[in-house]
Write a protein that binds this ligand. Structure first.
Ligand SMILES: Nc1nc(=O)c2c([nH]1)NC[C@@H]1CN(c3ccc(C(=O)N[C@@H](CCC(=O)O)C(=O)O)cc3)C=[N+]21
Length: 284
């Protein structure tokens, strides 16, 4: 068997075109990104997000601060953006330099403008099954499954990784879609035993090739979120051999990454709708 490739690039282009149409209808939609310091990967991601936002007609503001910026100054900036009427969505690029408390900065972003969905109000509402802003990578994975008619209902799903930005929200979304969800992590005793039972596998740990053909159930849908830069190029968590066993597989690159960016734009549009009262912000 050769897996059907889940083309994230193509689906992302479609999502972005839909966002562009809705942005045009709304008039003005603003996104502010905050990048502290000079992590080279973060620069690549921020550039990609700005290009996509601008192409969708979103007014994207690129705020950059030196690596030694104090926490007080970062929090003051976030506060200004919270109160800035031109700004519908705020994204603080992670990781932050070590002297800054990521939790504190994440808490500071207004939940309605938190397009990453990292604020506890948003994380909590996802847990409760009443999602407001949902992290972009897991959203993109759900969109990929839907686009390829892989319905999680009743299926065994294994999520590898329990990070706040991918693994945990991914598990929630799959559970809400009625999958039976197992979350594996660094202390899991027998990863292969869990993966071999899964109809849907989402790998998000950043360990190149940790998922291989021997452990994947024939016909399973496998989504690769891990991204490691090596001398030979970008490598995912899923070994290339899996293509001969899986039913569906995301390419790496060109799978879940482009969908992450597309879903970020969707969240920005949603944030603009909350702010204009076109969508009710739960509990507000
Ligand atoms: N506040 C915050 N929000 C994020 O959403 C966030 C973040 N911080 N920090 C870092 C991670 C990582 N991330 C990616 C986005 C796009 C690709 C992407 O487009 N990848 C391309 C390859 C790009 C390349 O060449 O490096 C692909 O998979 O085809 C990957 C990773 C968002 N993140």
């Amino acid at each position: 068997m050769t897996a059907v490739l889940m083309d994230g690039k193509a689906l992302a282009a479609k999502v972005r075109a839909d966002v562009a149409r809705d942005v045009a209808a709304l008039g003005h939609v603003g996104l502010a990104t905050v990048l502290v310091g000079d992590d080279p990967a973060s620069h690549v991601y921020i550039a990609a997000k700005h290009k996509a936002a601008t192409e969708a007609g979103i007014d994207a503001r690129d705020v950059r601060l030196p690596a030694d910026t104090s926490e007080e100054d970062v929090l003051a900036l976030v506060d200004r953006l919270n109160h800035d009427d031109e700004v519908d969505g705020i994204l603080v690029q992670l990781p932050l330099p070590g002297h800054l408390d990521e939790t504190k900065v994440t808490y500071a972003v207004s939940p309605a403008k938190d397009v990453d969905g990292f604020h506890p109000v948003n994380a909590g509402n996802l847990y409760l099954g009443t999602p407001i802003h949902v992290p972009a990578t897991p959203s993109g994975c759900m969109e990929l499954l839907a686009a390829y008619d892989v319905d999680p209902a009743g299926k065994e799903a294994v999520v590898i990784g329990r990070s706040e930005i991918v693994g945990r929200p991914m598990a929630m979304l799959l559970m809400h879609a009625n999958a039976t969800v197992t979350v594996c992590h660094s202390r899991t005793r027998d990863l292969a035993a869990h993966v071999s039972r899964a109809d849907i596998v989402v790998a998000a740990v950043g360990r190149p090739g940790i998922v291989n053909a021997e452990m994947v159930k024939p016909g399973a849908a496998v989504l690769d979120v891990g991204l490691t830069r090596t001398d030979e190029g970008i490598r995912g968590d899923v070994d290339a051999s899996v293509a001969s066993v899986a039913g569906h597989l995301t390419p790496m690159p060109g799978g879940t990454g482009p969908m992450t960016i597309a879903c970020l734009l969707q969240s920005t549009l949603k944030a603009a709708r909350y702010r204009r009262g076109l969508l009710a912000f739960p509990g507000a």
